[in-house]
Design a protein around this ligand. Structure first.
Ligand code: ATP
Length: 273
């Protein structure tokens, strides 16, 4: 059925308050919220509203979260799909899926289309790891470019795409009228990590010894996704010990566990790099 082709959320509850840190990125992306809420204000003066923006940054830093917050702030539907879903697709399926996505988005406009891991489809044409898989990937990319060129800038659709490999992207994607805006998202510094801890702690029962800025100081190199994991692990560890509140020791144990997981993942990933 249609629902299996991509995720469509009609009521997004995430707002900028859920996104900690990332002040510059938020500032830049706020303009897109304005375009969605009040396009006429811009088009009346003859301006062309951008069709797309690229969110560039390492895994787990909140790119998806920020894209959802744009939809939540503007009060528009959020359609999402991941570039990696196209990689092992039968001939014609990827391109058809892209066309269907845009068809539905046009019916629901104003809206956001979010394409995660766009590098999986958007690698520059003529390069790529898997021979054979390439043709279909290129078909999918071509159909994405055709769809992006095919709607008017005032149609109320804005496409956000995320990548951590901007270097491999086909330059056609970045042409004017496509993803001509780029917003970079970095791993959080200590202040950012403290803010992210606070967001994820707000729903937890904490012991008085838990201090967000101490945890931030102990987690250099952590992205938001890992901080979220630490908070969740800490809650599970405390529950297993039948505690009434989560204390600093639980966070300590949770950090060790998350660091262990990060090291394992790096070992698996590194031979391919
Ligand atoms: P990927 O590139 O792996 O898709 P991403 O950059 O899209 O990652 P998200 O999926 O947005 O990252 O982040 C995963 C989760 O981590 C979020 O749902 C959120 O709970 C948490 N998180 C990440 N960054 C932040 C942040 N800046 N503030 C609050 N929570 C964050």
């Amino acid at each position: 059925s249609r629902a299996t082709l991509f995720d469509a959320e009609n009521k997004v509850k995430i707002t900028f308050d859920d996104v900690a840190g990332l002040d510059e990125a938020k500032e830049e992306i706020k303009e897109i919220v304005e375009f969605l809420k009040n396009p006429k204000k811009f088009t009346d003066l003859g301006g062309k509203i951008p069709k797309g923006a690229l969110l560039i940054g390492p895994p787990g830093t909140g790119k998806t979260l920020l894209a959802k917050a744009v939809a939540g702030e503007a009060g528009v539907p959020f359609f999402s799909l991941s570039g990696s879903d196209f990689v092992e697709m039968f001939v014609g399926v990827g391109a058809a899926r892209v066309r269907d996505l845009f068809k539905q988005a046009k019916e629901k406009a104003p809206c956001i289309i979010f394409i995660d891991e766009i590098d999986a489809v958007g690698r520059s044409r003529g390069r790529g790891a898997m021979p054979g898989a390439n043709d279909e990937r290129e078909n999918t990319l071509n159909s994405l470019l055709v769809e992006m060129d095919g709607f008017a800038t005032d149609s109320g659709i804005i496409i956000l795409a995320a990548t951590n490999r901007p270097d491999v992207l086909d330059s056609a994607l970045m042409r004017p009228g496509r993803f001509d805006r780029q917003i970079s998202i970095d791993k959080p510094d200590i202040i950012g990590r403290e803010a992210i801890f606070k967001v994820h702690m707000s729903s937890l029962k904490l012991a008085p010894d838990v201090v967000a800025n101490k945890l931030a100081a102990q987690t250099p190199g952590f992205a938001g996704a890992e901080i979220m994991n630490v908070c969740n692990e800490a809650a599970l560890i405390a529950a297993r010990k039948n505690k009434q509140a989560i204390d600093m020791q639980d966070f300590q144990d949770a950090m060790d566990r998350v660091i262990g997981g990060m090291e394992k993942k790096n070992k698996i990933i590194s031979p391919h790099e």
